[in-house]
Design a protein around this ligand. Structure first.
Ligand code: ZN
Ligand code: ZN
Length: 608
């Protein structure tokens, strides 16, 4: 009653006054809480603005409670929370005594407000003060390094961890694993992770997520198995990571196992997990199951819808993708940038030129979504595929946004198919200018020259490539057989059934040649530079994986393979013939899209 009428600061002063001038017993009990530290902790939590914090700060000072370390640290913390870092720092500097919590709050306060420089500066001061950081402070600083991706500083702090003897502390090591993972030094993260005597759910999730992110989804999935063997129950975040790993590797069987696990554990498919599952099934090659999951979801947001539209696009079912759009609008979901990328991608991969143009023209006018570089790229691709090279060049030239490698790549792809050597040269040169270290661009340009019979230029490009010592991107193809992932590289002889695989391959080649298959030597120089180096068209990883699929799966069953790079033209033709000769459906997921081979034809219409 008293508090509500009088501003707090006066109330406090009044309280002190009353108290010092011989209060009655009643008054004393009424005001004594102003001297109770817990009262201020509570008052601080209630503060909604920095000014309110200042008022409570004044009361605390007046009542001499700043000496109470818990109160002082709370005040520091609340200032940080309200982004009043100057006030926080002034208070921090004035503290007669600082403990580990005070240091941590200040370090974490700067970090959380994005001021990483000051955060690390305070940490340095902390080390200089002679105090030893504990398992409370260190994770804070390690997280700063994670958020700034400052690996160098991260390693220095790792040294401090050793010096402080905290290298087997669960919290600290978990933070280090997280930091190394985010900095993409998976090896270091894994080493620490493996040595941890006890790993909690968060650490497992971090490690699984890191493996998925860094291109080792296979490892992510085996970690998931190990985690469950050790009795750690995954939560939704962990499951989303696992589902994403399945999507990345395109492993249908694993996807089903994970789905069953989710169903058995009675996890409700919320919008995040549900959307990840839609994406997973689409990327594992089954757009129909993706649709089933999609239809079964109680809650769908714009990302869910975009994922489903994208799924149809990947599988070359552009019409289905476009048909979803009005249904989405009727469900009162407004499209965003991603939706339009999915739609335009679907149009371009299904040759729906008019529909694509209409969508592109309506996106800003009708839905307020400004086209960005990705949308322009889809349009260039769409027009280029349809042979409207001039129109796509016009579009590129009219763009106000900066051109990136994606858009030149789209134009180049179109030029290559339609045999525009000069424009292709221009596009390839722009690409090389933008990304001089990407070997793929050089290979593309040299392919164009080769196709046009410009052998001198081919030689020049090759020389340029060896001169630049370009980093090779290894090509891999995966196939899942009997719940196991088998991985092949070009000319691979490491598989236990290698002998049979090569025998089958040789036998197949003879059969295919009778059916009319002519190896395409144009692809001696194809996108996959490592395969190019070995120059062995017949042992491309795709062919090895398919041969293995043929000998290890039942007749008539679908063969699904995944390639990390783009499938080469010769392997594409090879797949068509295999599907014809063996009456098998072959589903190939490459870096760009899905190819469904059936009875000698591919769903991509030979344009990819
Ligand atoms: Zn190939
Ligand atoms: Zn295809």
């Amino acid at each position: 009653m008293f508090k509500s009428k009088t501003p707090k600061i006066f109330a406090s002063k009044y309280a002190t006054l009353c108290y010092s001038s011989a209060p009655s017993i009643v008054e004393a009990t009424q005001f004594s809480h102003y001297l109770d530290p817990r009262f201020y902790l509570y008052e601080l939590i209630k503060c909604k603005t920095p000014n309110q914090v200042k008022q409570v700060h004044a009361q605390i000072t007046t009542n001499g409670l700043l000496k109470n370390q818990i109160v002082a640290n709370k005040l520091l913390y609340i200032y940080c929370m309200h982004k009043s870092l100057d006030d926080s720092y002034a208070l921090f500097c004035g503290l007669s005594e600082k403990n580990a919590v005070s240091w941590s709050v200040m370090i974490g306060g700067y970090a959380k407000n994005g001021d990483f420089i000051n955060s690390l500066r305070i940490f340095r001061d902390y080390l200089r003060s002679g105090d030893r950081p504990d398992n409370y402070t260190l994770p804070f600083v390690i997280r700063v390094c994670r958020d700034t991706m400052d690996l160098k500083m991260g390693r220095l702090i790792h040294n401090v961890v050793y010096k402080c003897g905290l290298d087997s502390d669960d919290f600290v090591v978990a933070a280090l694993v997280d930091m190394y993972s985010k900095c993409k030094v998976i090896g270091d993260a894994y080493q620490l992770f493996d040595k941890m005597p006890k790993r909690d759910l968060v650490t497992w999730t971090v490690m699984i997520g890191a493996c998925t992110e860094c291109g080792d989804p296979d490892e992510a999935l085996s970690l998931f198995d190990r985690m469950r063997e050790e009795g750690v129950v995954p939560d939704k975040v962990a499951l989303v990571n696992v589902v994403n790993a399945c999507a990345k590797i395109g492993a249908m069987h694993k996807a089903k196992v994970v789905h069953e696990y989710i169903a058995r554990s009675k996890f409700s498919l919320d919008v995040i997990l549900g959307t990840a599952m839609v994406d997973m099934y689409a990327k594992c090659g089954s757009v129909d199951v993706a649709r089933e999951v999609f239809d079964g979801l109680r809650e769908k947001n714009v990302i869910t819808w975009s994922a489903m539209i994208g799924a149809y696009g990947y599988h070359g079912q552009g019409r289905n993708a476009i048909d979803m759009f009005p249904t989405m609008l009727r469900s009162r979901i407004l499209p965003n940038k991603i939706t339009f990328v999915s739609l335009l991608y679907a149009c371009s991969h299904s040759g729906l030129v008019e529909e694509g143009k209409r969508l592109f023209n309506s996106m800003q006018k009708e839905y307020g979504v400004k086209p960005d570089i990705k949308h322009f790229t889809c349009m260039v691709d769409l027009l280029g595929r349809a042979g409207k090279i001039d129109e796509s060049l016009q579009l590129i030239e009219s763009m106000s946004v900066a051109k990136d490698e994606g858009i030149w790549g789209a134009l180049l792809g179109a030029c290559r198919i339609h045999g525009h050597v000069e424009l292709a040269e221009k596009a390839a040169k722009s690409l090389i200018e933008l990304q001089p270290q990407n070997p793929g661009h050089y290979v593309l340009l040299s392919n164009i020259y080769a196709k046009a019979g410009k052998w001198e230029d081919v030689a020049k490009i090759r020389e340029l490539m060896s001169h630049q010592k370009l980093k090779k991107i290894p090509g891999w193809t995966w196939i899942e057989v009997d719940n196991k992932i088998h991985r092949f590289s070009v000319g691979d002889h490491t598989h236990p059934r290698s002998k049979e695989i090569y025998e089958k391959l040789n036998y197949m080649l003879k059969e295919l040649e009778i059916a009319g298959y002519v190896p395409d030597t144009n692809f001696v120089l194809h996108d996959v530079d490592e395969e190019l180096k070995l120059g062995n068209l017949f042992s491309h990883s795709e062919k090895l994986a398919i041969a293995f699929g043929l000998i290890s799966t039942p007749e008539q069953s679908t063969i699904r393979i995944m390639k990390n790079l783009r499938v080469c033209g010769d392997c594409h033709t090879f797949c068509k013939f295999v599907s014809q000769v063996t009456s098998r459906v072959i589903v190939v997921r490459d870096a760009n899209r899905f190819h469904h081979f059936k009875e000698g034809a591919c769903s991509c219409g030979d344009y990819w």
